[in-house]
Structure formats: structure tokens, C-alpha cells
Write a protein that binds this ligand. Sequence first.
Ligand code: SF4
Ligand code: SF4
Ligand code: FES
Length: 274
Amino acid sequence: MTPTVHLKINNQTIEAPADATVLETALREDIYIPSLCYHEALEPEGVCRLCIVAVQNEDEAEQSVRISCKLKVAEGMVIKTDTQRINASRRLILKRLLKRAPDAKVITDMAARYGITPDPDVSEQEADGCVLCGRCVHVCRDKIGPAVFSVTGRGASRKVTADADRLQECIGCGACAQVCPTDAIRVIDAEGFREIYTWGEMMVRFQLEKCEHCGTPFAPKRYLDFINKRAYIPKGLELVDYICPKCFKDGDRASQARRAGALRGSIVKWSVPR
Ligand code: SF4
Ligand code: SF4
Ligand code: FES
């Protein structure tokens, strides 16, 4: 069992598992700390710096400012989430982010909490909606594999780009769009095709395979092959028919058979019973 520690966040005494971060602990306790690059499915990278907090450890004489999504809790730790200095830093960051994504609700909501509104004079070139959080980079590289996105440039010219060569490896899973907080990456499934748009332009287009059960086009073949390879083949299974998530979840004959087969781990190849 994971040992627990006791810490104070804004004068509130909290017990937390020793392997938790300060941000996770605050979120669990409903204590607001703004965050952007953090995503529960990804390793924290500490890019946006919105989640900074003032920290004083038991053995330290002074407070320091640390990134809470990467900071592990410790016994006796004292945290302040909204000192004047911290809020001033957050305002500066949010002003910059608003220039990049003035229409993104996640940004305007956070900015409003700190009394900042979008600047109407922002040029379109500056406002491509990407706030450089890096989530798309990390999910594609660390969870899916193709590493289509990368961060290029420094300072004001820093940006996230899709590599034309790596794009050949894209499987059309849409995970990048799912984690993008501003909708700068979007997936559109229509008329039997999946199109993925990055910063307003179409990046890739895939034909969608149809569900064997209900006939709805639902996923690119490459994505289904990926699931087969990643989830089923290691268990001695192989999907030979495709079933959309809705039919899979509905508890119909097909999905029950599939789930049972997958759980048993004993079927090498099977088809959906009709
Ligand atoms: S859709 Fe393509 S670019 Fe996006 S995460 Fe999946 S593989 Fe990567
Ligand atoms: S495209 Fe979206 S996920 Fe990727 S860095 Fe920009 S804001 Fe973050
Ligand atoms: S959420 Fe912690 S640095 Fe971005």
C-alpha cells in the first residue's frame, strides 16, 4: 500500500498518497490551480507554467515557486496556490495565451478568473489557436507512436508542427484532437471519411471502415490494425470483423461474444455471430 503524507494547501490540512503530485492532490480536494499542459493520461511535462504554486518544505526557511504538476507531495509541505506573485505570473502567461487562442473557451475562462479579456487587435497569424501546450506532441509520440508532431523554434517563434514524413505513419486515431485543449486540432467524420485538421488546414484524410453490425463507418483501417496489434494479438486474439464502439457497448450478441472472447484470451480468430 502506498504510504500517505500530510501537507497544507492554503491552510487546509490534507492527506495524500506519497506518490501524488501537488496538482493532482489539489484537484482531488477541489482546490483550484489553473493548468493547461497537464493531462491525466500523459506524463507531466511542465510546459505552460500556469500551475505554479508557492512551496515551503519542512526543512526550508523560505518559500520557492514550483510547478505543481511535476511536484510530488511531501510530509509537512506548505503550499499556497494564489499569492500575489504567483497570480501576477499567471496573468502574464494568460495574456500571451489569449493572443494565441482568443476564441478557446478553456483559455478565456481561465483568463476571466484573473480579470483578463481578449485583445480585439490580435492578428490572425498570431491567433492560430495553438497554445503550445505540447499535449498532441506527447500523446502521438508516447501513447500512439508515430511522433507526427514536434516543437520547433524558440521564444516567440516557437511552434508545434506536423512532420510531413512522420505523417505517413499517422493511423488516424484522433488522440491528438482529443487531448488538444483549444480545438486547434479537430477530427471530422463525415460521408465515410475521417479528416483531421490542424490549425485550420486538413492534415490527413482516411476512409472509414464500416461496422459489421450496424453498417456505420466508424474508424480508419490503420487505427483498427493498431488496436489489433496493441491490444488483441498479444492476448492470442485477432479481430477479423469490425464492430463500432456503440454496438460493442450495447450488450448485443456480437459485443457479448467479442467481450467474452477477449476476456477469455483463448480464441485465436473469430467472426461475429449473425
Ligand atoms: S491521429 Fe495521427 S497524428 Fe493524431 S495522435 Fe493519432 S497517429 Fe498521431
Ligand atoms: S495543437 Fe493543441 S494540443 Fe497541440 S500544442 Fe497546440 S494547443 Fe496543444
Ligand atoms: S499544467 Fe503544470 S506546467 Fe502546465
